[in-house]
Design a protein. Structure first.
Length: 190
């Protein structure tokens, strides 16, 4: 036999005059909605119906929401603003173990991105274009390593003497890049 859960119910007037226990739920049979009780507030708190029909307190009016509420919501859901350090362009060299940039005295980075900057047209890109999706050897979209030493924050892109490549700008075909045609740019967000 199935079990049935039946909650306390009554008219709008009944609910308006009922305090209820903390966490208790009652049904308003007139407005076809539920009320949640905290053990203190007479009438509890009416929940809005899915069809947005008015509950006992009328339709929701956004102008009645306090400024403090909105300030709290914005603070919780707004992205944190970052400072950004942009490195000088570093020559691309596929014949080394790594490319390094010393950022210096900044707080610990939140994240770091490496980009390739086209110097001479290649792979469908033109001089000045920045390419954020590239690969080195068999690795796509390599993420730079960061570490702290006596010089400050270091940003290092591991190359391992492998060729750089990107998807051709127009065809999408993997295209190896020539060191002389590109440079590396780091963006450090802290």
């Amino acid at each position: 036999m199935t079990r049935v859960l039946q909650i306390r119910r009554g008219t709008t007037a009944d609910n308006d005059n009922f305090t209820g226990m903390p966490g208790e739920i009652t049904m308003d049979t007139d407005n076809k909605t539920l009320r949640v009780h905290d053990g203190e507030t007479l009438g509890g708190f009416a929940l809005m119906r899915a069809d947005n029909a008015a509950n006992s307190s009328g339709k929701f009016d956004i102008t009645t929401v306090s400024d403090e509420f909105w300030a709290d919501v914005i603070a919780q859901h707004s992205p944190v603003l970052h400072s950004v350090y942009v490195s000088e362009q570093i020559p691309m060299n596929s014949k080394v173990a790594y490319s390094n940039c010393i950022v210096g005295d900044i707080p610990v980075p939140q994240f770091v991105r490496a980009a390739l900057v086209c110097k001479i047209d290649q792979a469908g890109f033109h001089a000045g274009d920045e390419v954020w999706n590239f690969g080195i050897g068999e690795y796509a979209n390599p993420c730079p390593n960061c570490f702290l030493d006596n010089n400050g924050v270091n940003v290092r892109l591991m190359v391992g003497t492998q060729a750089y490549w990107t998807a051709h700008h127009e065809t999408g075909v993997r295209t190896e890049l020539t060191d002389e045609n590109w440079s590396i740019l780091f963006r450090v967000y802290y």
